[in-house]
Design a protein around this ligand. Structure first.
Ligand code: S5P
Length: 268
C-alpha cells in the first residue's frame, strides 16, 4: 500500500523528511515496530537484526551499552541494518544546551554520521533541536529529533503538570522535530498526547508488551494494539522481542498487531 493512503492526514501534514521516510518504510514492511535492541555485544546485535529485520521498521540503539563497540564494525552493522530497510534511531536522550549537543553528535561515537533519528529531553530549552540538526548538517545529513513528552517509567518527572504541554508547544513548530515519545503503558496518556500534538508529528511509544503489567526497575507495560489505536505511530519494543525464546515469531506478531491497529484506526 502507498504511504499516502495508509497514513492519511499524518502524511499530508507532516513537515519532517525523516517522518515521511518512516511512514514509507512502515508501509512497505507493514510494521510499526521499532526494535529496542538493548543488547551488549556487536555479535548479538547483528544476529538480532538478521532474525527480526524483515518484521521491523526501525532499529533503536543505545550505542554506549555495547561492551565491545568498535567504530568500523558499527559502520558495518549500520550498513547491514540499511540493507534490511531500517531507519536507525540512537536513543541517546540528549539534554544539554544546543552547542554541546551539536558537539556530542560528533565525538567518539559520531552519532550524526549514522543515526536518522535521536531522542532528546527538552529540559534545557528548544535550542537543543537546532544543536542536533546542526550536528547532522555538519556532515551533510538530515535527521529527526524525537522529544520526550512523556515517559513509561514509574514516577517520572515529565508527569509534573505543564511539562508535556510545554514540550509539545516547543516541538510542534520545529521542522527538525520528528515527533514525540509518549507513554505506551497507558493508552489514555497516548490519546491525550495525540489530542495535543495533532497530525503534524509522529508519536512513538515505549512501554508496550503483549504481556502487560510491571517490568523491571519501574518500567510499565501496556497493550501495543491499544497504544496504536490511541494515536501511537510506532511501538518501541525491547524485551518483548529480544527477551523471548522466539524473537522472530514475536517480531512478526508485534508487526501484525501494530499494522492491523493502524489500518483499523484509519491512519490517524
Ligand atoms: O519513557 C521511555 C522512553 C524510552 S526511549 N521508556 C523507555 O523504556 N524507553 C526505551 O524503550 C528504553 O530506553 C528501552 O530501550 C526501551 C524499552 O525496552 P523494554 O525492554 O522495556 O521494552
Amino acid at each position: 500500500m502507498e504511504a499516502s493512503e495508509v497514513w492519511g492526514p499524518r502524511w499530508k501534514m507532516c513537515d519532517n523528511s525523516l517522518a515521511r521516510r518512516y511512514m514509507e518504510v512502515a508501509s512497505r514492511k507493514q510494521s510499526l515496530v521499532v526494535l529496542a535492541a538493548d543488547l551488549r555485544t556487536m555479535g548479538d546485535l547483528k544476529s538480532m537484526i538478521n532474525l527480526v529485520g524483515p518484521h521491523i521498521a526501525a532499529l533503536k540503539t543505545h550505542v554506549d551499552l555495547v561492551d565491545d563497540w568498535d567504530a568500523e564494525e558499527w559502520g558495518e552493522l549500520c550498513h547491514h541494518a540499511k540493507k534490511h530497510d531500517l531507519l536507525i534511531f540512537e536513543d541517546r536522550k540528549f539534554a544539554d544546551i544546543g552547542k554541546i549537543s551539536r558537539g556530542q553528535m560528533a565525538g567518539a561515537y559520531d552519532i550524526r554520521s549514522w543515526s536518522d533519528i535521536v531522542t532528546a529531553h527538552g529540559i534545557s530549552g528548544p535550542d537543543i533541536v537546532d544543536g542536533l540538526c546542526a550536528g547532522w548538517s555538519d556532515v551533510d545529513r538530515e535527521g529527526g529529533v524525537l522529544l520526550l513528552a512523556q515517559m513509561s517509567s514509574r514516577g517520572n518527572l515529565l508527569e509534573i503538570p505543564g511539562y508535556t504541554d510545554a514540550m509539545v508547544a516547543a516541538g510542534c513548530s520545529h521542522s527538525g522535530v520528528f515527533g514525540f515519545i509518549g507513554n505506551g503503558s497507558n493508552s489514555d496518556d497516548v490519546a491525550s498526547l495525540r489530542s495535543r500534538v495533532g497530525d503534524k508529528k509522529m508519536i512513538w511509544t515505549p512501554g508496550v508488551n503483549i504481556a502487560i503489567g510491571d517490568g523491571e526497575m519501574g518500567q510499565r507495560y501496556g497493550d501495543p494494539r491499544k497504544a496504536v489505536l490511541s494515536g501511537s505511530d510506532g511501538i518501541i519494543v525491547g524485551s518483548g522481542i529480544h527477551g523471548v525464546n522466539n524473537p522472530r515469531g514475536a517480531a512478526e506478531e508485534y508487526a501484525l498487531v501494530s499494522w492491523e491497529a493502524l489500518l483499523e484506526r484509519g491512519g490517524f
